[in-house]
Ligand binder design. Structure first.
Ligand code: PLP
Length: 374
């Protein structure tokens, strides 16, 4: 019997907890295919790995100047003044700081739905109201609806390419948001996945002094999710509200690896092509099998598994393939990260077997809790 999401039965909270903790509490086997967290299976580039290995005893020093050198390098590459850039250990930190700085019980946060949930969690801390605006039929952010969602909005969060759909919100829409947003609010554009897509980045709008903060990370195309490095890019008066120091003592391995990554001019185009080739191969297979999915420009995509998502993810996990998570708005869609060609071949074999299984009427009615966001 095909069950609608509402008719499903939740089994136990203990089971939910065990499921949520499977990665920290029950590490995936060494040979597992990990396509659940939007990481890059290629890891840091070769030069970054060699530089970190050579770091050794220098790790005993603060190396104060290194973080500033990284900031200067990135600023030069992007045509920005260094004071418009701050480095952090990943982009989660400045995302959280930005929402905390510009929202409050009187200043709400506006996000798309489905989209990356981190701003919503930060809004929970700042006591801000959260407005969730459905994506358009093309899966872009509905910026017109977002800017008019609340005249007292403090933050309008645009994730482009969007996590989880991998779809783009056009630059002209972002310009519209900047021109029409409520007075005193900022637009927070999350470009975590920008290097995978053909979209036009918006860092030049920061240089033009708009009310905009852009987030960048080394966790995705640069393969440095565990090394932790990212940037907040914005007007100095906006960045000053994020944290009082002006710059961070960054972990030295992260800074060294980020510098190597930025200096390698072939890295981004080469990895963009590798991801696009494997993604297109996967989409061709999904289409040939009549599986429904959202055509993404990123390193992940949503697939409609037409069953309780945890029936799908559990069955895949039993075959050693760890796929990603679910958003309540679209309760039968599961996010899959694009892995290597070999990993996606294993995904296809397991996916077909699991999709051929009968749909179970009673399964977990709620998506797995998500302790860690990625
Ligand atoms: N923004 C988006 C859209 C993400 O998907 C993620 C992680 O997956 C992040 C930000 C945070 O990444 P990190 O803190 O590793 O830079």
């Amino acid at each position: 019997m095909v069950a609608s999401a509402g008719a499903l039965v939740k089994i136990t909270t203990e089971a939910d907890l065990a499921y949520a903790q499977r990665r920290p509490g029950k590490p995936a086997p060494a040979n597992a295919v990990l396509i659940d967290a939007n990481e890059n299976p290629l890891g840091p580039c070769t030069e970054a790995c060699s530089a970190i290995a050579a770091l050794g005893a220098k790790g005993g020093r603060y190396n104060f100047g290194l973080s500033q050198e990284l900031v200067r390098t990135f600023a030069d590459l992007e045509g920005l003044k260094p004071e418009y850039v701050r480095a952090y250990a990943g982009s989660s930190e400045p995302l959280h700081y930005t929402v905390m700085a510009f929202s409050s019980p009187a200043k709400s946060v506006v996000v798309a739905d489905p989209s990356y949930e981190a701003p919503g969690r930060s809004a929970g801390y700042s006591g801000a109201k959260l407005h969730k605006v459905p994506l358009t039929k093309d899966y872009a952010h509905d910026v017109k609806a977002m800017v008019s969602a609340d005249p007292n909005a403090g933050v309008i969060y645009i994730c482009s390419p969007n996590n989880p759909t991998g779809t783009i919100t056009s630059r002209s829409d972002i310009e519209y948001a900047l021109a029409n947003k409520p007075k005193g609010s900022i637009v927070l554009v999350d470009e975590a996945y920008i290097h995978f897509a053909d979209a036009q980045p918006v860092l030049d709008l920061v240089a033009a002094n708009k009310d905009l903060i852009v987030l960048r990370t080394f966790s995705k195309i640069y393969g440095m999710a565990g090394l932790r490095c990212g940037f907040a890019v914005g007007r100095p008066d906006l960045l000053a509200k994020l944290d009082p120091y002006g710059w961070n003592f960054m972990p030295v391995p992260a800074v060294i690896a980020a510098m190597c990554s930025l200096k390698d001019k072939t890295l981004v185009p080469a990895r963009k092509k590798i991801n696009a080739d494997v993604r297109d191969e996967t989409f061709a297979w999904l289409t040939a099998n009549n599986y429904s999915f959202v055509r993404s420009q990123s390193n992940c995509f949503l697939m409609d598994v037409k069953r309780p998502p945890r029936q799908f993810t559990d069955a895949m996990e039993a075959k050693n393939i760890y796929v990603g998570r679910t958003w309540p708005t679209w309760p039968t869609h599961v996010r899959v990260t694009v892995g290597t060609r070999e990993e996606m071949a294993a995904f296809r074999t397991a996916c077909k077997e699991v999709m051929d299984m009968p749909v179970q009427a009673t399964y977990y009615s709620v998506p797995a809790p998500t302790p860690f966001l990625s």
